[in-house]
Write a protein that binds this ligand. Structure first.
Ligand code: H79
Length: 556
């Protein structure tokens, strides 16, 4: 008896050890899914207005966009006195929203340090009436509440310390100097300070590696090497510094980023740093559906707040975070610790997976009482996540399963249906995946065949003088298609767009399925289902026709 207990204990501890060895520095990050970004600094004083004029664009860029002289910008620091700052309340708000980590701007492009830095006077302690380190109490609150902590640090751009880079160039001679000296005397020592003085960071978030050659980026490596568990992003150097995470900004990659950890950072209105008159808030529904969309594709969501110079997180942000938190409280199981959706596309929403539980996040609740799910596995049990006691009927319907659901959506934002399935999820492959693509023309190294290879990093481009630009795919057999996705290479701020027309071959004629317009950052368009074997995508309008992926999805 005793022996068997000992054997069981030994087996248990062996299991525990093997579970531990499977852990790595990214494990917590993979499970976390949702974090708070905080952009806070001197720019919250002008708050979008300089010299009586509203300055366009993101608030933390006001110094550059308004070409404010260094000496003038410095005077704003005298009005930066965040007496209402309550770091514990901020951390509790993040926690209430269901966020598991927080990343704050320790220094943004304006060079101002929110911490007590010994290598400059341009910091919270020396330059403001407030006079106290802002990040120490925040770090303490994070530790107390069990929230992981990251610091954003603008290593390359610095518009106040001579030699720092500026995208678009310097506008004040006070900024001129040696970038290497700036890195050696300011940036590298400050990174050492933030790593040493705040009880250990979980993340450093670099930004805009302007002029960051390999040699310059390498200046940071000796100090970073002392922190093997530190997570860093892909923005340290111009190239060759991949870091741990990729960082799509302000848009969600249509197909995720296969083979990499990635995190979408996004604003709730149109600015990161506080602007007094930016009221263009995304709705709670949009924010929550963004979170689900990102998680269903295997990524994390880093959602920004921009506090005022007094230290207040704007009410519209607080309201939305609390509403998201309410949803997370009852639906968090379908988010935390899940992996990407087995479905490439679902017309009514998104999916996430945890073990044998398949979570169906319904954005558009069907009004016929049936949810059609293209899963091939046997379903053992189906129920609403918020009502596990009541099982839902499951019927076979062709290759799909049809779940009998209530007439009215149980949640105003996203309703979650759980399927407990037998074995690993099995779904039909993407009809266009790997299929042969031809084009009106293509450039060397930008072949049309790149469009169906599942790798969004390579692209197709036609030759410059091509007037009638199209691509064509042969699906080998007639297939009912219900949606089309294109992956495109641009950022939202590039303000690109392409006008596209999806066509299909009927007899000898190309017919129009749908015309639509993208914003240059990738796009998914639902169509009235069409059964055909050959499809074309015409580029009706584009300054430089480019696509990274072209995907046709099965209609269910
Ligand atoms: O910190 C936030 C932004 O300030 C920073 N990254 C996020 C997390 C960022 N810096 N640069 N960019 C993002 C790229 C955007 C550049 C733009 Fe502009 C700023 C487009 C319009 C204003 C620079 C200035 C390029 C054109 C004008």
């Amino acid at each position: 008896m005793k022996n068997s207990i000992i054997i069981i204990l030994l087996l248990l501890s062996a299991l525990a050890v093997s579970a531990q060895t499977a852990q790595n520095k990214m494990t917590w990050w993979e499970e976390a899914k949702f974090g708070m970004f905080i952009h806070w600094g001197i720019y919250a004083v002008p708050a979008g207005t300089y010299d009586g004029k509203r300055i366009d664009g993101i608030g933390e860029w006001i110094m550059a966009r308004g070409k404010i002289p260094v000496a003038k910008y410095k005077t704003y620091a005298q009005e930066f006195n965040p007496v209402k700052y309550d770091p514990e309340a901020w951390v509790k708000l993040a926690k209430e929203a269901g966020m598991k980590y927080l990343i704050i701007t320790s220094k943004h492009h304006d060079g101002f340090a929110l911490f007590d830095s010994k290598v400059t006077k341009w910091d919270i302690v020396d330059a403001t009436p407030y006079g106290k380190d802002l990040l120490k109490p925040l770090a303490e609150a994070c530790r107390k509440e069990g929230i992981k902590l990251g610091f954003y640090y603008s290593q390359a751009q610095d518009w106040n310390h001579a030699g720092g880079a500026a995208s678009g160039g310097h506008w004040d001679s006070a900024q001129d100097g040696s970038m290497d000296e700036y890195l050696d005397n300011i940036a590298v020592p400050q990174v050492k300070e933030i790593l040493e003085n705040y009880g250990g960071l979980d993340i450093i978030w670099w930004d805009t590696p302007r002029n960051m050659t390999k040699e310059r980026a390498e200046k940071f490596l000796p100090v970073l090497s002392k922190y093997p568990n530190l997570i860093t992003n892909d923005r340290l150097g111009e190239e060759g510094f991949k870091g741990d995470t990729e960082t799509p900004e302000q848009s969600i990659p249509a197909t995720g980023i296969p083979g990499r950890h990635w995190e979408v950072c996004m604003t709730m209105n149109d600015t990161w740093g506080y602007k007094s008159y930016d009221d263009n808030w995304k709705s709670t529904k949009v924010l929550l559906q963004n979170l689900v969309d990102i998680v269903s594709k295997g990524g994390n969501y880093l959602l920004n707040v921009g506090p005022t110079a007094e230290g207040i997180i704007p009410d519209p942000s607080v309201e939305r975070l609390k509403e998201i938190g309410k949803w997370m409280e009852t639906n968090g199981e379908a988010i935390y610790g899940t992996t990407a959706s087995p479905f490439d596309y679902l017309p009514w929403g998104r999916g996430t997976l945890k073990g044998n539980k398949l979570f169906l996040h319904v954005f558009n609740w069907p009004d016929n009482g049936k949810l059609s799910v293209p899963i091939l596995n046997k379903v053992n049990k189906a129920y609403l996540l918020t009502n596990p006691g009541k099982t839902l009927k499951v019927k076979k319907s062709g290759l799909n399963k049809s779940i009998e659901i209530p007439a009215i959506a149980p949640d105003q934002f996203v309703s979650v249906v759980v399927l407990e399935i037998d074995g690993k999820p099995e779904v039909l492959p993407i009809p266009s995946g790997g299929k042969k693509v031809s084009a009106s023309s293509e450039q060397p190294n930008h072949e049309a065949q790149n469009l169906t290879d599942g790798n969004p990093k390579n692209d197709w481009q036609p030759v410059k003088n091509d007037k009638d630009v199209w691509i064509e795919v042969d699906l080998v057999e007639k297939t009912r298609i219900g949606a089309v996705t294109v992956v495109e290479p641009w950022h939202p701020w590039d303000k690109k767009s392409q006008k596209l027309e999806l066509q299909y071959l009927k007899g000898n004629h190309w017919k129009t399925a749908k015309e639509f317009e993208t914003k240059g950052t990738g796009h998914t368009e639902n169509i009235t289902p069409i059964k055909a074997q050959k499809f074309r995508l015409k580029i009706l309008e584009s300054k430089e026709p480019t696509l990274n992926e072209w995907i046709l999805y099965r209609a269910e």
